[in-house]
Ligand binder design. Sequence first.
Ligand code: ACO
Length: 437
Amino acid sequence: MKVNEKKVSPSSVIGTASIDLMGETVELPIVEGSEGERAIDIRTLRKRTGYITLDDGYTNTGSCESAITFVNGEDGILRYGGYPIEQIARSTTFPEVALLLLQGAPPPARELKRFSQKLTEHAMLHEGLRHHFVGFPPEAHPMAILSAMINSVSCYHPDLLRIGDEEHLLDAAAKLLSKVRTIAAFSYKKSLGEPMIYPDAERGYVSNFLHMMFSKPYTEYEPSDEEVRAIQLFFILHADHEQNCSTATARMVGSSGANLFASVAAAVCALWGPLHGGANTNVIKMLEKIHEGGDSLSATIDRVKRKEELLWGFGHRVYKSSDPRVKLLRKACHDVFQAKGISDPLLDIAQELEQIAVKDDYFVERKLYPNVDFYSGILLRAIGIPLNMYTVMFAIGRMPGWIANWAESWRHGSRIHRPRQIYTGSTERDFVPIDRR
Ligand code: ACO
C-alpha cells in the first residue's frame, strides 16, 4: 500500500439533494455507505455559496468515511468489520480483535501468534520510563499518568514517530497496546506505594495485566479463568465504537500530522471526561450512595428528572433503543458472581434502577437506555479493580479502536480537521489604550 495515497471516496453517489438557500437552489450529491446510511455531501457548499452548516456537538455531522465499525443506534447493532459484537464477544481474544480492527479482517493463526509475541516482547518499559512514575504525587489520577506516559513512551521510540509502512504500524500498535497495560498497572502500584511488578512472558495479555496489578514480590497472583474471561470481554466490548468523542479526538489530532502516540494520548484525555469514559466511575459512586442509604431509588430518579443530576450510565448519542454491550456485560456480571460464589448489592440496585427508568416517561420520551458504562464497573469491582482505575480500563480496551482509526486516516491521507464557526462577538471597533479606558 502506498502511504498517504489520496482516497477516492468509497461511498457511492446515489442522487442529489436540492437545497433552497433563500431563493438560490443548490444541488449537492447524496452519498450512501455500505449499510444504506445516507448523507448529503456538503464539501463544496461554502466554495459554491458562502454558506456553512452549523452543528453544535456534531450531532448530525459525518466527519469521515470509515470501514472499521458499524453502529446502528435505532436497532441496537454493533459490528466490528461486519462481525456482530455478540459473535466477537463469544469467539475471540482481545489481541485478535485488535488485529481485526487494525487490518479489517480476522488474522490467520500465524499472524495472531506473531502479534501476540510482539505484545509479550514489548511489555517492559524502559528503565528511564519507570523513573518517570516517581515524579507523580501519590494521589495523581491514573488517567493523567496514562496520557503523560504514552507521550513519554514515544520519546524512547523516536523511530515510531513517523510510520513508514504497514509493518512499522504493526510494531507501533503492538508497543502501544502492550505498554499501556504496564503503565496502567505501574500507576496503580505507585498509588499504593507498592513495588512495581514486572511483566511475565509466560502469560497472555489479560493474565499478565492482572499479574502486574495484583502480584506482590512475595506472592504471585493467579487469576482464575473466569476472571481472565471477564476482563477479556470487558476489553473486547470497549475496543471500538466508531466516531465517539475520544476516537474523533485521535483522528482530529492525527489529521494535523501528529504522531500516533500524541494522538492516542489526546484520546485518553477526551475519554477521561464524565460524559464519556469517566461515566463508569460515576455510576458506581451513584450506586454506592444509594446502597449506603444516602438516597432512595425514587429520590435519585426524581432528582434526575428535575435535572439536578444525570443518571450516570444512561443515554447515548447514537443508541436510541438499546446498547448491545449492556446485555453482554450484565450477563458477564452474573457469570463472574456465580463462578466466584459472590454477590454484590450494587448489581441488584442497578437492575432495579434500570427497570424503573426504562418504564418512566422522562427516559422513554428521550430514548434514554443504559449504556456500556452502566454495568461495566460492577464487573470490574468483582475482579477487584479499584474505582479510580475504571476509566483506565476503558482506555486499555479502546486502544485498538483509537489506533485503527488513526491508521485508517493515515492510510487515506485525511485533510486537516478544521471546523468553521459562526462568529457572534463584537463587530469591528477601535481599540482604546489602557490609560484612556
Ligand atoms: N440522565 C438524565 N437526563 C439525560 C441523560 C441522563 N443520563 N442523558 C441525556 N439526558 C437528557 C438531556 O438532559 C436532554 O433532555 P432535554 O431534552 O429535556 O434537554 C435529553 O436527555 C437529550 O440529551 P442530550 O444531552 O441532548 O444527549 P447527548 O446525545 O448530547 O448526550 C450523553 C449523550 C453525553 C451520553 C448523555 O446521555 C449523558 O450525559 N449521559 C450520562 C453520562 C454517561 O453515561 N456517559 C457515557 C456515555 S457512553 C460512552 O461515552 C462510553
